[in-house]
Design a protein around this ligand. Structure first.
Ligand SMILES: *[C@@H]1O[C@H](CO)[C@@H](O)[C@H](O)[C@H]1NC(C)=O
Ligand SMILES: *[C@@H]1O[C@H](CO)[C@@H](O)[C@H](O)[C@H]1NC(C)=O
Ligand SMILES: *[C@@H]1O[C@H](CO)[C@@H](O)[C@H](O)[C@H]1NC(C)=O
Ligand SMILES: *[C@@H]1O[C@H](CO)[C@@H](O)[C@H](O)[C@H]1NC(C)=O
Ligand SMILES: *[C@@H]1O[C@H](CO)[C@@H](O)[C@H](O)[C@H]1NC(C)=O
Ligand SMILES: *[C@@H]1O[C@H](CO)[C@@H](O)[C@H](O)[C@H]1NC(C)=O
Ligand SMILES: *[C@@H]1O[C@H](CO)[C@@H](O)[C@H](O)[C@H]1NC(C)=O
Length: 353
């Protein structure tokens, strides 16, 4: 009997402990916010829409960059935070992704955030306008590119048009597709020659064009990186010149970064750099030279140059030894001391050995 009572108590204790742990976890990771409507919402232009979000912590809404006809109101109550986003007299510009998230937590859809996609139908404006007059789309070889001509309506037959040469690309439904929420998605090689592209669609007899997109091909490959000279010995007051040189494919931009003995190198405190760019036949030579006019003993150590093209990074290292007048004196002094003690050893007792 006693034993049973004890084990029941133990069990109870364990259960209490588990629920306690669960409660703590709940406090740190609340349930995701809830919305009054999910998925995709379709509305006509000039209509209004209320999106209500409830949750256990303070809430915020993120909205499409082009949207302006918005207002929020607090609807908190019965122990829950609540924030209503109202779209008034909607236009195509209000088309896009709306996301409600906990203000103080990392945004993760389904965990700390909930979203809905809104289409505002306007048969006169089938493509969502751009924020800017034109947009630049950077493309890289061997990838798929998204030309962000989003739609205000879903079921459109959209083509991608290039002007030089005049060409019309139809989605094949596999490699190239038009997704009204994202835009025209296709392999880069289909448009890498084109400077400017736009999406087009026909509604009844009328042709509509999306904003223009400028296509810029960018490279990223760094073939090699060298830092020279690899090992250098200088005396205090001499000039240090370290050249970091990268060979890359064309259309690559490089950011150079230096570290000294593992720490960030503070440019300006005696260090300065000079950059050069040279176009070779089918590659680029980009260099960044680190210069110190008067080296000191503190400049001794490892230098590492890192070149980054965004998608690729390479590093190279070199070692510098600086001999100072002061250090030389100490060295000399030590040598004399050692000599003296050796003489003493030879002349006197062996007690020091
Ligand atoms: C949008 O307007 C059309 C007619 O212009 C109507 O048939 C349709 O039901 C409306 N849709 C919504 C979601 O109100
Ligand atoms: C809605 O916006 C249009 C312009 O886009 C304007 O002409 C109209 O008066 C607005 N309607 C209301 C009710 O504010
Ligand atoms: C939509 O946004 C674009 C760019 O910000 C602007 O030029 C245009 O006038 C807006 N359209 C409406 C209906 O508000
Ligand atoms: C899109 O094109 C297909 C085939 O050409 C046609 O059957 C369909 O009706 C078109 N859809 C629209 C919305 O124009
Ligand atoms: C569309 O074009 C055809 C032929 O060009 C014409 O017969 C028809 O009237 C046009 N329809 C509209 C709505 O403009
Ligand atoms: C350059 O170095 C700084 C400081 O170490 C670092 O914060 C930064 O991310 C580096 N940039 C690149 C492109 O490596
Ligand atoms: C370098 O040291 C020399 C002699 O100490 C001094 O005259 C000169 O101004 C220094 N140069 C720089 C750039 O600090």
């Amino acid at each position: 009997m006693m034993k049973q009572a004890v084990s029941v108590l133990l069990l109870l204790g364990i259960i209490l402990e588990i629920t306690g742990v669960a409660a703590i976890q709940l406090r740190f990771m609340p349930d995701p916010p809830t919305l009054n409507t999910y998925g995709t919402h379709r509305m006509n232009k000039s209509d209004n829409l209320d999106l209500t979000c409830r949750g256990r912590q303070r809430l915020l809404w993120s909205t499409p960059p082009t949207s302006t006809r918005l207002s929020t109101s607090d609807c908190s109550g019965s122990g829950l935070f609540c924030l209503t986003l109202t779209i008034t007299n909607a236009t195509v510009n209000e088309t896009g992704q709306y996301q409600c998230y906990y203000k103080d937590l990392k945004v993760e859809d389904g965990k700390t955030a909930a979203g809905i996609y809104v289409f505002v139908h306007d048969s006169k404006v089938p493509f969502v306008p751009s924020e800017k007059e034109y947009e630049v789309v950077f493309i890289r070889e061997g990838e798929r590119v998204v030309i962000p001509c989003r739609g205000s309506v879903e079921n459109l037959n959209v083509t991608l048009n290039t002007n030089y040469p005049i060409k019309e690309i139809h989605p094949d439904g596999k490699d190239s597709v038009w997704d009204p929420k994202k835009g025209f998605i296709l392999p880069t090689h289909l448009i890498s020659y084109a400077g400017v592209v736009s999406c087009q669609t026909r509604i009844k007899n009328e042709t509509f064009k999306s904003p223009l997109y400028i296509v810029a091909v960018v490279g990223y490959k760094i073939y090699d990186l060298t830092l020279t000279p690899v090992h250098q010995r200088l005396s205090v007051g001499e000039r240090l010149v370290l050249s970091c040189t990268a060979h890359t494919e064309l259309n690559v931009g490089i950011e150079f970064n230096w570290t000294h003995s593992g720490g960030a190198l503070n440019l300006g405190s005696g260090f300065h750099t000079v950059s050069h760019k040279k176009k070779l036949w089918d590659s680029l030579e980009l260099s960044n030279t680190l210069i110190v006019e008067n080296v000191t003993v503190d400049h001794s150590g490892d230098f590492t140059c890192t070149a980054s093209s965004g998608q690729m990074e390479k590093s190279a290292s070199a070692y510098l030894t600086v001999f100072g007048g002061c250090t030389e004196n100490i060295l000399l002094h030590n040598v004399i001391l050692i000599k003296k003690s050796q003489e003493m050893d030879q002349g006197g007792s062996n007690s020091l050995v």
